[in-house]
Design a protein around this ligand. Structure first.
Ligand SMILES: [Zn+2]
Length: 397
């Protein structure tokens, strides 16, 4: 597994407020942010017994609110490389991101019917996936923000490995999930800590591709024309747990990915927040180090009840604040309209996002988009760039 252990642990000993804290005794990570509050089992239980989740929509209601992802996706478009950068929302935190070189990555792939350790129980999809893994043309890398079941799905990882043999990038402590549980060779698994970056090259069979970690924040520039991108893990205010006893033993985060546009020295860049709560300094720092960012995928759902969810999941207003603070040109909302995980009404996130944009002076529909699963955002297509958007997409507003 590719990991700069020496640099990593010396960093933890003298952490700053923008580095993760690693407790050597318990071997667990902690958020360094004053805005963090650990989700206690007691509070989770209290919420569990008193909660009033929205009811599961009928197929008609789902179509009305979210459209048909299989109709929304432009399959032919996804077979072509974009001029600079294109991101397609596949529902929840799954994004299909294409660079001008044709390098293609997927974030937090969940293609299964449920996001759960069990195949027959747990949160079930309220919309279909736009395309199945077996229908995708390319996948050179898979980025995993953390190990919660709605972000890391064993069956989806196995199917991606079977079809593409991509490079898997994750936080420190999560690499063994891929090597042990999915039998992925160590040289295709990259563990990163916050601000650490790696040049990730495609492992497409005809290419000599390898992931090469480099310790400098920001990473080295990629050779023009090569099938590679620079992936940097960035902080997020969240936590991890896959099973009893492994809480916070692997690191969570977001990713900033950049690559040259064609043969020019210009770069395009994509920011995937992962799951995160809001902190007033965190996203300003991401903007300072990574901005301007061309496209960002920012969560707008899973925020109620606020008292319990606030430290770990942003609400729509905070999502729009992230867009501004991280210096993003175009953002779109993710982490809503796919699984029922929390208590806000299913159609509330788009409405609240529109209101927040108006309040914060962000142009809704050109700077911050709310799109249906299957739709794409193109970085070079100008300010209004909802590819193939139809008015009925906005029926939820
Ligand atoms: Zn999570």
């Amino acid at each position: 597994m590719l990991l700069l252990r020496r640099g990593l642990f010396s960093r933890f000993r003298s952490h700053t407020k923008m580095d993760p804290i690693f407790d050597h005794k318990t071997r667990r990570f902690r958020n360094p942010f004053s805005t963090w509050k650990d989700p206690s089992t007691w509070e989770a239980m209290k919420w569990g017994v008193s909660r009033t989740p929205p009811k599961f929509p009928s197929q008609d209601e789902s179509m009305q609110m979210f459209g048909d992802p299989k109709q929304n996706v432009n399959v032919e478009l996804l077979k072509t490389a974009p001029k600079s950068l294109r991101a397609t929302w596949f529902g929840h935190a799954t994004n299909y991101v294409q660079f001008s070189s044709s390098f293609t990555l997927i974030t937090d792939p969940v293609f299964s019917e449920r996001c759960s350790p069990l195949a027959f129980a747990g949160p079930k999809r309220i919309v279909a996936v736009p395309l199945e893994i077996e229908e995708l043309a390319l996948c050179d890398a898979v980025l995993i923000s953390h190990n919660h079941y709605d972000h890391l799905d064993l069956q989806s990882i196995k199917r991606l490995e079977q079809k593409f043999q991509p490079v898997f990038v994750c936080g420190v402590g999560l690499g063994t999930f891929f090597t042990k549980q999915c039998s992925i060779p160590e040289d295709r698994v990259v563990e990163l800590t916050w601000w650490q970056s790696a040049r990730v090259a495609s492992s497409r069979k005809h290419l000599q591709g390898r992931a090469e970690p480099n310790s400098s924040a920001g990473g080295a520039s990629v050779t023009t024309g090569s099938l590679a991108v620079d992936v940097q893990m960035v902080p997020a205010q969240h936590w991890s747990r896959r099973s009893m006893g492994d809480k916070n033993q692997s690191l969570w985060g977001g990713f900033h990915v950049s690559a040259p546009i064609g043969a020019s020295s210009e770069k395009s860049s994509f920011y995937f927040c992962g799951d995160t709560g809001y902190n007033p300094e965190l996203f300003v720092e991401i903007g300072r180090r990574c901005g301007p960012i061309d496209i960002a995928a920012i969560p707008i759902g899973a925020y109620e009840p606020r008292g319990f969810m606030c430290p770990q999941h942003v609400n729509p207003k905070e999502a729009v604040m992230i867009h501004k603070e991280a210096n993003v040109r175009q953002s779109y909302g993710i982490h809503w309209g796919t699984f029922i995980l929390t208590d806000e009404p299913l159609d509330e996130p788009p409405k609240e996002t529109k209101i927040a944009c108006e309040e914060l002076g962000v142009a809704f529909g050109s700077e911050f988009h709310v799109i249906h699963a299957g739709r794409s955002i193109d970085a070079s297509d100008g300010p209004v760039s909802l590819l193939g958007l139809q008015r009925k997409d906005e029926a939820f507003l």
